[in-house]
Ligand binder design. Structure first.
Ligand SMILES: Cc1cc2nc3c(=O)[nH]c(=O)nc-3n(C[C@H](O)[C@H](O)[C@H](O)COP(=O)(O)OP(=O)(O)OC[C@H]3O[C@@H](n4cnc5c(N)ncnc54)[C@H](O)[C@@H]3O)c2cc1C
Length: 702
C-alpha cells in the first residue's frame, strides 16, 4: 500500500489519493514457484499414476489454507498445498464495501473474551468452546496478520479502528477496505513462498484416501492435475500420500443458482461426506443482497446501503417501479431500512416483521420472482412513498441521522455520501468496468456463505482421524455469526490445527494400507465416470442449482422440502448407478466429479432441512420457514403478505445441532447438544503451566 509519508501528503490533509485507492482495490498477488518434478509413480487399476508424499497436505489456498500452511512450516513440519485455483475461491475473489474481519477489541480498555464468545454464538447451535476459542484466538490472528504486512487501519496510538457490523452490538469489526481477504491472501502467500512451501496449482482433490486398519485414518488424497494426463493416466490423476490432510477448500458456492460466490467454488463438503466424514449445522447459510456472479460478484453491504441509493425495479415492459413503497409506510421508514441493510446485511426472518430491514430483502426476492430486474441508483435519492413527504436529510430516523452526521456524509446525493464515507467502494466497481457514478447497479438476493460444514473438535479435527477442516469448509459457526467471523475463524483454526498436528507424534504411514487406499480410490473414480452416461455435469448443475435456490433459499416452504429431498435423492442414486459423463476439455473430468460431490452435498442440506422442519423447527438465521399455520406474517404498506406467513423460531432448537453422516446409500441424521466451554474456573499459572510444557493440552480430556 502507498505509504502516506512517501507521498507529498501535507500535514492534516486526509484526501485519499488515487495511489492509495489502487493499492487497496487492485491487489496483485505474488507469482508462484514452478511445481517440483515427479520422482515416483504407482500402478492402480491398470493406470500409472504419479505419487507424491508430504507429512501434511492442505487442500485449498484461501486465507484459511495458507494460514495453516505458514503456521505448520514455521513449526518445521513438512507441508504441501494442493489447490484447484491458487488465487480463486472467496478469500481472493470476494468482498464487500468494507470487507470485515471480526476480532477482539484492542483499543481503549480491550475486550472481554467471554462476552465476545457469547456474541459469536448468540444465534444458537454453536459449540461454546469453539466460540471462546475464536474470541480468545482472534487477537493473535490479527496481530500476526499485521506482522505479515496486512494494512489494518490503526489510530495514532496503535489501536485498530473499529465499526459495528451484522450481529455485533459492540463494534468489533475492522477492515482494510473492500478487499480485506484478498490482502490477507497476499500477505500469507508471500510468506508461504518465502518459506518455500510447495504449492500445486490446478490440482483438485477428488477423493479422500482412507486407510482402513487398524482403524480408519486419513492416508492422503487423490487429485486431478490435467497437465499430468498421459495415455496410461488418462484423467491426470495424482496420488498424494499424507499423514494429515487439512481441508481448507472453502464453501460449496456452486450449489445455488442465485449466488454471490465467485464461479467454480465447490468446496469439499461432498468430497468429505463421500468419505464418511460428519457434517453439522448444514441448515444454516447466509443470504443477502449483492451483484451476481454473471458480472462481478460482490456484497452490497455497509456503505453501499448506508448512502441510501434509490432502489427500484424494471418490469418486462420496461416500466420503472418504486417497489419498496409498497412495503414501507413512510419515506422515512423506507429510507432508514435501506440504510440499515448496511449493518443488518444478511437476511433474517424476524426482521421481515415490524417493517424491519429484511422486509427489504423479501421485497427484492419477490421482485425477482416476478421476473423483474432490481437496481440501486446512486445518482438519485430514494423516491417518496406515494402521498408521503419527499426524501429529506433532516427527516431521518435518529440512528441514521447520527451515523451520517458523524461520517460527515449529510450530503445531497447518494453518490456524494458514498464517496465521502467510502471512496474505495466506487473505485472497486470501476475496476470491473461498472461505473456506479454514472449507471445504476443491477443486484439480486443471493446465497453468500455456509455457516455449517464439517463437524470439528476444538483443534479443527473432523470425525476422520488425521483429517482436519478449517475456514468455510468447517461447520464452526452457529445459526448466525457476526460479520467478519468467517475470516477470523479460518485464521484461528488454521493456527490451531497446525499446533495440534505439530504436537502429535504419528507413526510413519503404513504404505501397504496407503497403497490399498489408492487402489480403492482409483476404482471409485473409474466407476464414477462413464463416458456414455446420459447424466451430464451441465444438467446436474442446472437441476441442483435450481432446486437449492427455489426450495432451500432464504424462503423455504415447509410443505415443499420433502419433495425437494426426494428429487435430490433420486438424482444421487442415478449418479451412483449410471456414473457421470465427462467432456474432453482440460477440466471436464474434474467438473464431472465435483458435480457428483455437489449433488451429494445438496442432498445432505435438504436432508438436514427436512429433518429440522419435520420436527417443528422454525425460521432462524437467514431462512424463513413459510407455513400456512405459522405464527408470523410480514406486514406491508399494502397489507399482510399471507403467502409468506412463517414459523417462529423455537428457543429449544438453539440448544441442538443436527449432525449428518453418509452411510452407504443414505444420510444418518442425529441430534446432539452443542459442546460447553469446560474451563469453568480461571486457569492458575503454576497448576496449568505443566499442561502446556508437556503438551498435554493437545490431548483429549485435559
Ligand atoms: C461476496 C462475499 C463477501 C464476503 N464477505 C465477508 C466478510 O466481510 N467477512 C467475512 O468474515 N467473511 C466474508 N465472506 C466469507 C469469506 O470470504 C469466506 O468464508 C472465506 O474467504 C473462506 O476462506 P477459505 O480459505 O475457507 O476458502 P476460500 O477462500 O474459498 O479458498 C478455497 C480454496 O480451495 C480451493 N479448492 C476448492 N476445492 C478444492 C479441491 N477439491 N481441491 C483443491 N483445492 C480446492 C479453491 O480453489 C481455493 O483456493 C464473504 C463471502 C462472499 C462470497
Amino acid at each position: 500500500m502507498a505509504n502516506p509519508l512517501d507521498t507529498a501528503q501535507a500535514a492534516g490533509d486526509t484526501t485519499i489519493s488515487q495511489e492509495i485507492l489502487d493499492a487497496l482495490t487492485d491487489v496483485k498477488l505474488p507469482r508462484l514457484k514452478p511445481k517440483p518434478i515427479i520422482k515416483e509413480w504407482t500402478s492402480a487399476q491398470g493406470w500409472k499414476i504419479p505419487l507424491r508424499r508430504s507429512h501434511v497436505v492442505i487442500v485449498g489456498s484461501g486465507a484459511a489454507g495458507l494460514r495453516a500452511a505458514v503456521e505448520l512450516k514455521r513449526r518445521d513440519v513438512e507441508v504441501t498445498v494442493v489447490t484447484q485455483s491458487a488465487y480463486g475461491g472467496t478469500s481472493a475473489c470476494s468482498g464487500s464495501d468494507k470487507q470485515t474481519l471480526h476480532t477482539a477489541n484492542t483499543a481503549d480498555r480491550g475486550d472481554n473474551f467471554r462476552s465476545m464468545a457469547d456474541a459469536i454464538g448468540a444465534g444458537g447451535a454453536m459449540d461454546k468452546d469453539t466460540a471462546y476459542i475464536e474470541a480468545v484466538g482472534s487477537g493473535r490472528a490479527l496481530s500476526t496478520l499485521q506482522f505479515l504486512g496486512l494494512p489494518l487501519p490503526v489510530d495514532r496510538y496503535g489501536g485498530v479502528l473499529r465499526y459495528q457490523t451484522d450481529h455485533d452490538e459492540v463494534g468489533r469489526a475492522t477492515s482494510c477496505g473492500p478487499r480485506t481477504s484478498r490482502l490477507m491472501v497476499k500477505a500469507l502467500a508471500q510468506e508461504a513462498i518465502q518459506l518455500g512451501i510447495p504449492l500445486f496449482n490446478q490440482t483438485t482433490a477428488v477423493r479422500i484416501l482412507v486407510s482402513a486398519a487398524p482403524e480408519p485414518r486419513v492416508a492422503g488424497a487423490l487429485c486431478i492435475d490435467p497437465g499430468l494426463r498421459t495415455e496410461s493416466n488418462p484423467h491426470g490423476l495424482l496420488a498424494y500420500c499424507a499423514d494429515y490432510l487439512v481441508l481448507a477448500a472453502g464453501g460449496p458456492g456452486e450449489l445455488y443458482r442465485d449466488s454471490v460466490y465467485p464461479r467454480n467454488c465447490f468446496g469439499s463438503l461432498g468430497l468429505a461426506l463421500e468419505a464418511g466424514i460428519e457434517a453439522v449445522n448444514l441448515t444454516e447459510s447466509q443470504f443477502g443482497i449483492g451483484t451476481s456472479r454473471d458480472g462481478f460478484p460482490w456484497n452490497l453491504s455497509g456503505t453501499y446501503a448506508q448512502c441510501m441509493p434509490y432502489v427500484y425495479s424494471v418490469d418486462e415492459a420496461g416500466n420503472e417501479r418504486n417497489f419498496l413503497a409498497s412495503y414501507y409506510r413512510t419515506t422515512q421508514e423506507l429510507v432508514s431500512n435501506t440504510f440499515r441493510k448496511g449493518y443488518q446485511w444478511p437476511s433474517h426472518a424476524t426482521r421481515m416483521l415490524n417493517f424491519g430491514s429484511s422486509l427489504f430483502d423479501l421485497a427484492v426476492f419477490r421482485e425477482m420472482q416476478f421476473g423483474h430486474k432490481v437496481y440501486m441508483d446512486f445518482n438519485r435519492n430514494p423516491v417518496a412513498v406515494p402521498g408521503e413527504r419527499a426524501f429529506d436529510l433532516t427527516r431521518l430516523e435518529p440512528d441514521v441521522y447520527a451515523y451520517l452526521e458523524k461520517s460527515g456524509a449529510l450530503l445531497d446525493t447518494p453518490i456524494a455520501r458514498l464517496k465521502k464515507m467510502n471512496p474505495l467502494s466506487i473505485e472497486l466497481y470501476k475496476q470491473y468496468k461498472v461505473d456506479i457514478e454514472k449507471h445504476p447497479l443491477l443486484f439480486a438476493m443471493n446465497n453468500q456463505h455456509m455457516n455449517g460444514g464439517l463437524a470439528v473438535d476444538i483443534w479443527g479435527q473432523t470425525s476422520l482421524n488425521g483429517c482436519y477442516a478449517i475456514g468455510e469448509a468447517a461447520g464452526t459457526h452457529g445459526v448466525t455469526r457476526p460479520g467478519g467471523a468467517a475470516l477470523n475463524s479460518g485464521q484461528v483454526f488454521g493456527t490451531r490445527c497446525a499446533e495440534h498436528i505439530a504436537a502429535s507424534q504419528t507413526a510413519p504411514q503404513d504404505m501397504v494400507q496407503a497403497g490399498a487406499a489408492i487402489q480403492e480410490g482409483v476404482q471409485h473414480i473409474q466407476s464414477a465416470l462413464k463416458e456414455a452416461s446420459t447424466l451430464k455435469p451441465s444438467a446436474i448443475k442446472r437441476e441442483v442449482q435450481a432446486r437449492m435456490s427455489d426450495a432451500a433459499g432464504m424462503i423455504c416452504r415447509a410443505d415443499q422440502i420433502s419433495s425437494a429431498l426426494r428429487d435430490a435423492q433420486q438424482l444421487t442414486q442415478a449418479i451412483r448407478e449410471q456414473g457421470v459423463s465427462f467432456g474432453a476439455t482440460n477440466f471436464g473430468v474434474t467438473q464431472a466429479l465435483q458435480w457428483r460431490h455437489n449433488a451429494l452435498a445438496s442432498e445432505a442440506i435438504l436432508s438436514a432441512l427436512d429433518f429440522y422442519v419435520a420436527k417443528g423447527g422454525g425460521s432462524r438465521g437467514a431462512r424463513a420457514i413459510c407455513d400456512a399455520s405459522g405464527e408470523c406474517v410480514p406486514l406491508t404498506n399494502e397489507g399482510p403478505l399471507e403467502d409468506y406467513r412463517f414459523r417462529r423460531e423455537r428457543a429449544e432448537d438453539k440448544d441442538e445441532q443436527i449432525v449428518l453422516k453418509w452411510v452407504g446409500s443414505e444420510f444418518a441424521v442425529s441430534i446432539r447438544t452443542p459442546r460447553e466451554l469446560e474451563q469453568k474456573e480461571r486457569p492458575f499459572f503454576e497448576r496449568h503451566w505443566p499442561h502446556f510444557l508437556t503438551g498435554s493440552i493437545y490431548r483429549a480430556g485435559t
